[in-house]
Design a binder for this molecule. Structure first.
Ligand SMILES: [Zn+2]
Length: 188
């Protein structure tokens, strides 16, 4: 990513927040990634997607698959740069599935693209859908990994930002009386 500093871009766009946050899991953390501050800006998505595309060019993927909603934007741009088609998995009655006439061929080599990997659950769900179709997996590309990214396939993340979270009863910022916010529910 010559001339493009991802960590700097994340900070400048308010995608990387420092403070006292209540995560969707209920745990508290001193950092939060507001991924749509990246995904809403094509000028940032383009170089981010290029870095992911470049990492997998030699693996010769035949199609990009991502997970709705954030992955749609990123997957599309990665696919555009690789000259491939982009499709996405979404939840149907709680289960990940391909809808809208999207289909994979058993000969496909799928590049899975994800924005932020935290638990890895959504990547694993995409992997299951891909494998159920008989297609192969060329790899997993992500912008940021915050937890385990051991998917058993080639994986490339642009930034490794391990998540540090606390049980509310043991949160140092709670102990200091720092007000908490729910970052997912408002604009940063
Ligand atoms: Zn706290």
């Amino acid at each position: 990513m010559s001339g493009f500093d991802l960590a700097k871009a994340l900070t400048e766009r308010g995608a990387l927040l420092d403070g006292h946050f209540r995560l969707s899991s209920g745990r508290h953390s001193d950092r939060f990634i507001q991924k749509f501050r990246i995904l809403e800006e094509p000028k940032v998505v383009e170089p981010v997607a290029r870095a992911i595309a470049d990492a997998f060019r030699v693996a010769r993927p035949s199609i990009v698959v991502s997970a709705a909603v954030g992955g749609i934007v990123l997957g599309y741009e990665v696919a555009r740069q690789l000259g491939l088609r982009a499709i996405f998995v979404e939840k149907v009655d709680g289960a990940a599935a391909l809808r809208r006439g999207f289909a994979l061929d058993p000969d496909d080599r799928v590049l899975i693209v994800e924005d932020v990997v935290t638990t890895g659950l959504s990547v694993r769900e995409v992997m299951e859908v891909v494998r159920a179709s008989g297609a192969g997996i060329a790899g997993v590309g992500a912008i940021v990994v915050r937890g385990s990214a051991d998917f058993g396939v080639p994986t490339h993340a642009l930034l490794d930002l391990p998540i540090v979270s606390y049980d509310p009863a043991e949160c140092p910022q709670c102990a200091d009386g720092v007000p908490i916010s729910d970052p997912g529910s408002r604009r940063a």
